[in-house]
Design a protein around this ligand. Structure first.
Ligand code: HEM
Length: 147
């Protein structure tokens, strides 16, 4: 396990807080919008877009890390490549799909209610998938140290 792996690992591990914060804020905001029958504003659209970007960066860092794990072996959490692939990578990729759904469908929908509905469905699935991905590496608050 090299210094670069360690650096990427820390970036991937730390970035989760930004991704999680945006996921929670956006999900709560669009769910309230749906329940309260609010008007869809540019803030709602921006929150969905920023969450999409934040989780995409998380996944991109994860993919780099994964390629290094495959080619160099090692790893910090002690998890096998098989468990990272099935229990960590797959739910994370499904989360990206769900956020893509939230983003595209909320843009396309014609009424505010439908926009909030699509955004809420996508974001709730994304949150569940990200929590699932985190459970597979030790939980939401895990912070492994090297060595
Ligand atoms: C929303 C998506 C994701 C989140 C929130 C996330 C979060 C995390 C966290 C918190 C850790 C452990 C950090 C620690 O113990 O301090 C981790 C490790 C890791 N993740 Fe992710 N991850 C995501 C997506 C991905 C994806 C898509 C891949 C691969 C394609 C990936 C590959 C890895 C790898 C290889 C490790 C390190 C395993 C090791 O060195 O033992 N992650 N991830």
């Amino acid at each position: 396990m090299g210094t670069f792996y360690f650096f990427l690992f820390q970036a991937h591990s730390g970035w989760r807080w930004i991704a999680l914060l945006l996921l929670v804020i956006t999900t709560v905001k669009v769910a309230i919008g749906l329940v309260a029958g609010q008007k869809w504003t540019s803030l709602d659209q921006k929150l969905v877009t920023f969450t999409n970007i934040a989780v995409s960066i998380q996944v991109l860092l994860g993919i780099f890390l994964y390629v290094l794990l495959l080619t160099q072996g090692g790893g910090i959490t002690g998890r096998s490549v098989g468990s990272i692939t099935t229990a960590h990578m797959i739910p994370a990729l499904l989360a990206i799909g769900a956020i893509g759904f939230a983003s595209a469908r909320s843009k396309k929908a014609s009424t505010d209610r439908q926009k909030f509905m699509m955004a809420t469905i996508g974001m709730v699935i994304a949150v569940l998938m990200v929590v699932g991905a985190l459970m597979s590496v030790g939980g939401i608050f895990v912070m492994a140290t090297a060595g």
